[in-house]
Design a protein around this ligand. Structure first.
Ligand code: COA
Length: 289
């Protein structure tokens, strides 16, 4: 499925932008109307103990909103990351909130009470100020996604503007179905990190056109690293989420297609500049797993 240039501009202008919503608004916009119930909300005051030690003001929900509710009447769990707080980065508390929620959903699935888990990913990856503690939490998130996939599809959405990077890009890769917008970015390291570490000859982080052509949502969907490209429209994304769950488990999870993806890496000439169109043609294997 792919988003087309909106011809009906009136409808396009009337839409509710998903990208402009906070994490809390996003969770509510996707769940069935009136069904959202927040878990470990701001009044529980689960803050990062590490940020104040570095003169950074902590946030009362540590940038993660967990909500239970329903999708088409089926029990669902949404973990929505707030991109506006510390770039949506995963610290000890925010990461543990997601991991614990997924583990509880897993326990319910194991008791024949399936819950649809949805990740609204807007994150710069591990929170650099919390280093290994964030990494450990991300590893728990990965393990929980893999365990959950045996019971229910795990669906991820990357809308933008932050995108999804670092260890959380691996979480996106582990999702059974991944929905993106054109404004989404998906990559292991951010462009400026790559330029800083490997030099401008490796990647010019100021070349926005190149960056978007390589790691933007449209390209990621075109090469099969995401499944569904949607407009920045809350109703369209909510519909795509329901459709993704309704499709049921993936026949072969993307992360199990090791040979397919390692063959792609082998097709890249490290000495030649990356070219998005060339990558699309090299990687166009027509697989629809
Ligand atoms: N840890 C801590 N803070 C982070 C972060 C991370 N992983 N990723 C982003 N942020 C913060 C930025 O420091 C910035 O904070 P500030 O507003 O206080 O300056 C804020 O989030 C927004 O990031 P910014 O870089 O200004 O936005 P951008 O849209 O230009 O780029 C990213 C967004 C995610 C591409 C970029 O921040 C980035 O490359 N982050 C690191 C991604 C990465 O390589 N992660 C792997 C970690 S191992």
């Amino acid at each position: 499925m792919s988003a087309s240039v909106p011809r009906d501009y009136r409808r396009f202008l009337a839409r509710a932008s998903f990208i402009e919503m906070s994490a809390r608004e996003r969770a509510r916009a996707i769940l069935d109307a009136g069904s959202a119930r927040e878990l470990l909300g701001p009044f529980d005051r689960l803050k990062s103990p590490w940020l104040p030690l570095q003169d950074i003001v902590a946030q009362a929900d540590d940038g993660v909103v967990l909500a239970r509710g329903t999708l088409d009447g089926r029990p669902a769990l949404v973990a929505a990351i707030e991109g506006a707080f510390q770039g949506g980065s995963m610290g000890e508390v925010s990461g543990a909130k997601i991991a614990a929620a997924l583990e509880l959903a897993l326990r319910d699935c194991e008791r024949d009470r399936p819950i649809w888990p949805l990740l609204l990913l807007e994150t710069g990856g591990v929170r650099l100020q919390e280093a290994n503690l964030g990494l450990a939490a991300i590893a728990d998130i990965h393990a929980a996604i893999i365990a959950l996939r045996a019971h229910v599809p795990v669906v991820g959405v990357i809308a933008g503007p932050v995108g999804c990077f670092g260890g959380m890009s691996m979480a996106a890769g582990l999702c059974s179905r991944l929905i993106v917008t054109r404004q989404a970015r998906l990559g292991m390291n951010g462009p400026e990190v790559i330029e800083q570490e490997a030099g401008v000859s490796e990647l010019d982080a100021s070349d926005g056109g190149l960056i978007w052509s390589l790691i933007g949502g449209e390209q990621r969907q075109a090469v099969g690293l995401a499944d569904d490209l949607q407009e920045d429209d809350a109703a369209a994304i909510a519909g795509a989420v329901r459709a993704a769950f309704a499709r049921g488990p993936r026949r072969i999870e993307r992360s199990a297609q090791v040979e397919r993806f390692t063959a792609r890496l082998a097709a890249i000439q490290p000495s030649a500049p990356l070219d998005a169109k060339l990558l699309r043609s090299l990687w166009n294997d027509g697989a629809t797993h």
